[in-house]
Design a binder for this molecule. Structure first.
Ligand SMILES: Cc1cc2nc3c(=O)[nH]c(=O)nc-3n(C[C@H](O)[C@H](O)[C@H](O)COP(=O)(O)O)c2cc1C
Ligand SMILES: CC(C)(COP(=O)(O)O)[C@@H](O)C(=O)NCCC(=O)NCCS
Ligand SMILES: [Mg+2]
Length: 397
């Protein structure tokens, strides 16, 4: 995902420094070239050899070290980097950078950087809340540095509070958002739906379906990485939330209808990968329905047709993509829906095909537009998501 990219990690003297080894390793596994600069104080917490072994590059601490690969190392590292992350960032380094001090390798390199610089403060809560630190952070933001909000939680001194460095996984997402993929969807507002809906029968029971949200979440994730401004209307799912995406949690088909019809007013593209109930109980019992002898039946009524409503009110230039999950006459039924509901594209999948449908990490789909019928081989839901976005972007051009 990061082949050909150069990320510069800058590590300072905080107990959270050890966690950056994990980040460096994750980046390397994504085929990224990783350079690491440490402050001298950081080497008290983690040895440069750790980073050198993980990245295959010399870890630089001393500006005046003559054992250089480049002529003027601080300038070449600054020029080469696609993005810089200072993590953990000590109160000291924040103060130095905010005030134009460049008295070591880290601060000198950062001073020479033109690329995006992200700073992840990690320190004791009292230090973080200190008005001098807060003032320095505000100053850094004013100069275009991205300062990442620290988490709240257990700190090494035994206190609990603000100042904890976000997990390596969270920091990785910041880097991916900046460097992974071309940002060809920048400026586009995308609304994605995902997951199942739940239709209450009584306070303890509901009618639902097997959707896990994996397909919709993959679309939201890929679009976010391509620079889109993404809103994800999600039913109850177990998949982790997508960072940097506005998630609207919904339960029922009616909730989904309300969220999506509202969001659609400002969306350039709408992709509906949720499995929304077509029917809901006619009456919802206020109390748990008691078991009785004999059979029972539940009367159902139609839910509102979300895609139908979106198609009817489609704005000029808006692109609507639906998903269809069929078990027979997949293509014919999907084409029918596409036309009837005024969609621009429909992605058909058949639950009965191996590697397709609910819960799996792969899917087998056919992308159907007015003109084309493109059958894709089995691929990961991530790759299916990319293909869908590629098609939509090409159609919009
Ligand atoms: C055990 C220990 C843990 C520390 N943790 C932090 C920390 O999390 N954040 C911080 O700002 N300073 C922390 N410090 C203080 C810094 O190491 C100190 O301010 C140092 O001068 C920072 O140097 P540097 O910014 O050049 O890396 C810690 C010090 C010690 C001894
Ligand atoms: C120390 C640690 C990395 C521990 O993380 P963990 O609880 O996730 O294992 C985390 O609490 C953190 O990021 N702390 C911020 C820096 C810190 O605690 N500095 C010491 C002064 S209180
Ligand atoms: Mg349906």
């Amino acid at each position: 995902m990061l082949k050909g990219k150069n990320v510069l990690l800058c590590v300072t003297g905080s107990i959270a420094a050890y966690k950056i080894a994990e980040l460096a390793s994750r980046l390397v596994k994504l085929h990224c070239n990783v350079d690491v600069i440490m402050t001298k104080n950081a080497t008290n917490f983690i040895n440069p050899i750790t980073f050198e072994t993980l990245t295959g590059n010399k870890c630089i601490v001393d500006t005046f070290d003559r054992n250089f690969q480049f002529n003027v190392e601080h300038v070449s590292l600054a020029k080469k980097a696609d993005c810089v992350m200072i993590a953990p960032a000590s109160a000291n380094i924040i103060g130095k950078i905010a005030n134009g001090i460049a008295d070591d390798m880290l601060t000198t390199t950062v001073m020479a950087c033109k690329c995006k610089v992200m700073i992840s403060p990690a320190m004791n809560t009292n230090m973080y809340d200190n008005p001098i630190v807060q003032d320095n952070i505000a100053r850094l933001r004013r100069f275009g540095y991205e300062v990442i909000e620290p988490d709240s939680g257990y700190l090494a001194c035994g206190d609990t509070g603000r100042g904890k460095m976000p997990s390596p996984e969270s920091l990785l997402w910041y880097i991916l958002k900046e460097t992974a993929y071309e940002k060809d969807m920048k400026g586009i507002k995308l609304c994605v739906t995902a997951g199942p809906t739940r239709e209450a029968i009584d306070p303890v029971r509901f009618i639902s379906n097997n959707s896990t949200g994996k397909m919709g979440y993959a679309i939201a994730r890929m679009a976010m990485l391509r620079g889109a401004d993404v809103t994800l209307a999600s039913g109850k799912v177990d998949v982790p939330p997508v960072p940097f995406v506005n998630i609207i949690n919904v339960i029922s088909a009616q909730d989904m209808y309300d969220a999506v019809t509202e969001e659609a007013k400002n969306s350039d593209i709408i992709i509906k990968a949720a499995a929304v109930a077509d029917y809901t109980p006619l009456n919802v019992s206020d109390n748990k329905i008691k078991k009785k002898d004999g059979d029972m039946s539940i009367a159902l009524k139609r839910t509102k047709d979300i895609i139908g409503t979106l198609g009817e009110h489609k704005k000029e230039g808006q692109f609507i993509c639906g998903f269809s999950m069929e078990t027979e006459n997949v293509i014919a039924n999907s084409k029918d829906k596409l036309i009837k509901k005024n969609m621009d594209m429909i992605v058909a999948n058949n639950v009965k095909v191996a590697g397709a449908g609910f819960g799996t990490d792969t899917n087998v789909v056919t992308i159907i537009t007015g003109e084309d019928n493109i059958e894709l081989p089995m691929m990961s839901k991530e790759d299916v998501a990319s293909k869908i976005l590629d098609f939509i972007m090409a159609k919009r051009r």
